[in-house]
Write a protein that binds this ligand. Sequence first.
Ligand code: SAM
Ligand code: SF4
Length: 332
Amino acid sequence: MRNRRLIDSFGRVADDLRISVTDRCNFRCIYCMPAEGLHWLKRDDILRFEEIARLARLFVDRYGVRTIRLTGGEPLVRVKVEELVGMINSIDPTLDITMTTNGVLLRQKALALKEAGLKRINISLDTLHMDRFEGLARSDAYGRVMDGIQAAREAGLWPIKLNMVVMKGRNDDEVVDFARLARDEGYEVRFIEFMPLDGDNIWTNEQVVPSLRIQEQIEDQFPLVPFADTRPGPATRFKFADGAPGGVGFISSVSQAFCTTCNRIRLTAEGGLRTCLFSLHETPLRELMRSGVSDDHLGGVIEAAIWRKEEGHLINQPGFVKPGKSMSQIGG
Ligand code: SAM
Ligand code: SF4
């Protein structure tokens, strides 16, 4: 049966699937992962490419999912991840296949990813200063990340979005510089509010810089005009009023949650279906698949899980409970 939609009990349609291909990472960003890393999943517990592709086909063919984003952990540390991109692309070459990466391996991988069918890319970059980068990512790979961004561009992975997690006192003095970079290079910079999904439990509301404050700082220098988005998304997007290339977007998960229009669902590296970043439970699909169930059976489990999607998260409300998994274990 084709193109039934995945609808939850609040009437939202899920058509944007994020697939985590690994929980491992070669960085240790302070807002995401502890310095010593995490307890990594065993190889056998991670979905194989064939298993991911089977689920992707189900989501696309049966439920009309149009956007698939590969993420992690760091997706480029998964060996031959470009083969998975090719497998997903062969389901439907018009699919919007994207990736979120820290960029450090892009010089080696960008062309292969493009040739396999990756359409767009988001690269995380939180500072334009090498010394600060070492403090934030706990890595000395700043130069390689900058070169990776260039490699993505050369490979034709365009448009490029840069993800910046803004933390008070750490990098919030750079937001105007990032807006200038967007204008100079034609990137869209997405300013992301720091969410309570870090592995070290360092999150406090005081470290969150509300998107409106960032927008004010940018507009002092570069007036913005809203960008009319044809598809719903987490970011409020703007172009520059003077017609300069590039743009900015704000992901205000903490100060102005976008839950009422959320169309995202997530598959963790071990095959857990999550309906929200902040879900306190997930629906395990791996053992079900490995036990040999049919697509109809699997589809029934998926539909029931999506129906139960939470109305929204409760950050800053008394009932908020931090999920047991951090961002890299979920797949941001
Ligand atoms: N390793 C890849 C990367 O960093 O781009 C992909 C996975 S990472 C978990 C996905 C995105 O989540 C990145 O843009 C990262 O900056 C963001 N992120 C991680 N922890 C976060 C947090 N606590 N709050 C907000 N964004 C976070
Ligand atoms: Fe790794 Fe991405 Fe988390 Fe940084 S944000 S530690 S690059 S998974």
